[in-house]
Every structure is written in C-alpha cells, then in structure tokens.
Design a protein around this ligand. Structure first.
Ligand SMILES: Nc1ncnc2c1ncn2[C@@H]1O[C@H](COP(=O)(O)OP(=O)(O)OP(=O)(O)O)[C@@H](O)[C@H]1O
Ligand SMILES: [Mg+2]
Length: 246
C-alpha cells in the first residue's frame, strides 16, 4: 500500500514559540504568544510602543523567564535555560540601544564572544563582518566609544554575527539613526537574508521591513493579532492604522 507522507514541516522550523506567557514580577505582558521562524526565513514582529516586542525577544533569549508555554529551537526546549546556554545553542540578540564594550577596539569587540560556525555552515569570521561593514574595517583599531551611533549599531550586529547564530534577533536596529546609516543597516539585513540567515526582526519601519520579510506578526497588548505575508499586511489599512500608526 502507498504510504502517505506529509512534508516534514518540523524539519523546516527553527524556532517555535507556543502559548508563551511572560512578564515582569506580577505584571503580565505576553499572553499565549504563538510564533514560528522557519529555517532561512526573515520574520517581522511589529506593534506599537509597549505591546511586548522586546519582551518576546528577551523571553526567546532567556532574559525574561516565561511563566507558561514553550520555546523550542530545532525541536529542543530552550525556555528556562539561562541566556548564555541559549546563545551557545545558536540564538543571538542585538538588543535595543546597541550594546558594545566601550573600552575595547572594534576588532576586540568582534573577537570577544566569537564562535565557530555550526556544522556544515560557511559561517562568519572577522573578514566577513568587515566585508559586510566596510566602515568597521576602516575603524577596526578605534575604541568603540569613539564610534558614531550608527557605527556602534553596525558593531553590535557584527558582534552577534561573530557568534554564528542559527537565529538572529534584531530589536530596533535602525532606530534613531541617520537615513544613510539606516539604509546601510537595511542593506546588511537584506544580504543576511539572501545568505539564508534566519532572522526575527523588530522594527518601526514597516515599509522597509515589508520589502524583505517573508512573514509578519503583529502584537497588541501582548497578544498576536495578525500573522501573514507582507502583501496581506500592507493591504489591511485598518490593521496598519490601528496597530502600527502608518
Ligand atoms: N523591566 C521591566 N519591568 C517592568 N515592566 C516592563 C519592563 N520592561 C518592559 N515593561 C513593560 O512591559 C510592556 C511591554 O514592553 P516591551 O518593552 O516588551 O514593549 P515593546 O513592544 O518592545 O515597546 P517599544 O516599541 O517601546 O520598544 C510595557 O508595558 C512595558 O512598560
Ligand atoms: Mg522594544
């Protein structure tokens, strides 16, 4: 008899967040959040201020402990693990407000925390990050606190890439930057997506993100209120107005 086999969706899924609840102290912020990121997928996470975007990324990274639900990376439970263990398993977060080591040089910042690529992956090394951000190459011997805000953001992304993450989480990577620098960051995000890097990206620039993202989620007061393609998102005027203010 013919044995029916469904395409193995599990194998193509990198991150699975199921019915995630989390908050701070007694304040509940996330309610039953379901979210997946496939291998090689760029997923956008949107929502107005204070809706829980950063909290979602922190929960995935282990910085906020879920009160309920599950988070899986390639099928393996990671919720409850400390951030360094989750980093070792292949998740990297570029947090809001670009954190770099002020008194280290650009090169030192990149080398601290560098990890070899995962099996079979090409991987990122110093030269790859410098190729991606020529500006960082020019400033490689500068202390990080002498860099402009945009250069610090590039360095923060470069540092995350040096850990060769299976999944890269970006929290408002283009916020507060000059238009040319933002363009540079978007170019790099596009290049990463082109290389098959899996990404979960939080950004206020819905239109720039819509050009690159495969799928979107929208959060409203800690609940997912939309999941769909950029086309579906941009076609929904009332969704854009209500939840994104665009
Ligand atoms: N450390 C904290 N302690 C207590 N409450 C917090 C903390 N961080 C965030 N919150 C609250 O959790 C809710 C969600 O915040 P979160 O930072 O996840 O939102 P966000 O969607 O990332 O917003 P923004 O667009 O402003 O970055 C908000 O009500 C916020 O005030
Ligand atoms: Mg935030």
């Amino acid at each position: 008899m013919f044995e029916s086999r469904r395409p193995d969706a599990i194998d193509m899924t990198l991150l699975t967040v199921s019915r995630l609840c989390a908050g701070y102290g007694t304040a509940r912020v996330l309610f039953d959040v379901d979210l997946v990121v496939g291998k090689g997928e760029l997923v956008g996470l949107l929502g107005r201020n204070g809706m829980g975007k950063t909290t979602t990324l922190l929960a995935i990274m282990g910085g906020v402990r879920p009160s309920a639900g599950a988070i899986r990376l390639s099928g393996r439970r990671i919720d409850g693990l400390p951030p360094h263990a989750i980093a070792r398993l292949g998740v990297a977060l570029v947090p809001e407000g670009r954190r770099v080591f002020a008194d280290l040089t650009v090169r030192e910042n990149l080398l601290v925390g560098a990890r070899p690529p995962r099996d079979g992956d090409e991987g990122f090394g110093l030269d790859d990050v410098f190729a991606l951000f020529p500006r960082l190459f020019e400033r490689r011997e500068q202390r990080a606190d002498r860099l402009s805000g945009g250069e610090q953001q590039m360095l923060a992304i470069g540092r995350a890439l040096m850990t060769n993450p299976a999944l890269l989480l970006l929290d408002e990577a283009t916020e507060g930057l000059a238009p040319l620098v933002r363009k540079e960051i978007w170019r790099v995000i596009a290049e990463l997506a082109g290389r098959g890097q899996s990404l979960l990206v939080v950004d206020k620039d819905v239109r720039a993100l819509a050009r690159l993202a495969h799928r979107f989620y929208v959060l409203e007061r800690g609940r997912i209120v939309f999941e769909g393609t950029p086309r579906a998102l941009l076609a929904d005027r009332s969704l854009l107005e209500r939840h994104l203010g665009v």
